[in-house]
Design a protein around this ligand. Structure first.
Ligand code: ATP
Ligand code: MG
Length: 193
């Protein structure tokens, strides 16, 4: 199976590019943000807990997130119909990165590539503010965007170094049209698949 991590700051275009990828390469999409928002909308206790972190721009604790991820992964790959999986929004911390490698290894799998979308901070803020006007997402407001970017730079971006060392990191210029960016990503996927 082709296991791809799509990586980048909030607003870098992970969700948009994932949609193109699942279509072209027939992959399953695991967006942890979408999983948590669905959980919240269901009104479950887990969902309430998740929302208390999300609305502040903070991360859900690693242990909880790792359990959720493993169960969603098994659910999506169970039927054996998918050619692979895109991880969108996971891992977001070094411990999550280690847990992901372990989880995949236990299943005889590994990460083929980590595609990192590079977008400068100014552009990220503009995109997220604009998205907030339509998304109604509780975390797409200026104050929470700032908190999410801090979390990204402090806790998430160190993962790049880990994947760089493993020879799995592919940095993609995240500015341009959606099609242009997708063409850059496709080049990487065609190489590793
Ligand atoms: P993008 O705009 O590129 O889709 P994002 O950061 O805006 O990225 P999501 O990936 O949807 O948005 O995540 C929203 C929130 O969900 C995060 O701010 C965090 O609170 C929570 N979350 C999502 N994934 C994780 C994770 N792996 N670990 C901890 N919390 C997470
Ligand atoms: Mg997203």
């Amino acid at each position: 199976m082709l296991n791809i991590v799509i990586f980048g700051a909030p607003g870098s275009g992970k969700g948009t590019q994932s949609e193109f990828l699942i279509e072209k390469y027939e992959l399953a999409h695991i967006s942890t943000g979408d999983v948590l928002r669905a959980e919240r909308d269901s009104g479950s206790e887990l969902g309430k807990l998740a929302e208390s972190y999300m609305s502040k721009g903070q991360l859900i604790p690693d242990e909880l997130m790792v359990d959720i991820l493993a169960s969603v992964y098994d659910q999506k790959t169970q039927k054996g119909e998918t050619k692979g999986v895109i991880f969108d929004g996971f891992p977001r911390t070094i411990p999550q990165g280690e847990a992901l490698a372990e989880m995949l290894e236990e299943r005889g799998q590994k990460i083929a590539a980590v595609v990192s979308l590079d977008v400068k901070e100014e552009e990220l803020i503009t995109r997220l503010i604009n998205r907030g006007k339509e998304s109604g997402r509780s975390d797409d407001n200026y104050e929470t965007i700032k908190a999410r970017l801090d979390v990204y730079y402090n806790q998430t971006s160190p993962l790049k170094e880990k994947y760089e060392k493993e020879g799995k990191l592919y940095q993609i210029e995240g500015l341009g049209t959606k099609d242009q960016i997708f063409a850059r990503i496709s080049e990487v996927i065609d190489k590793v698949k």
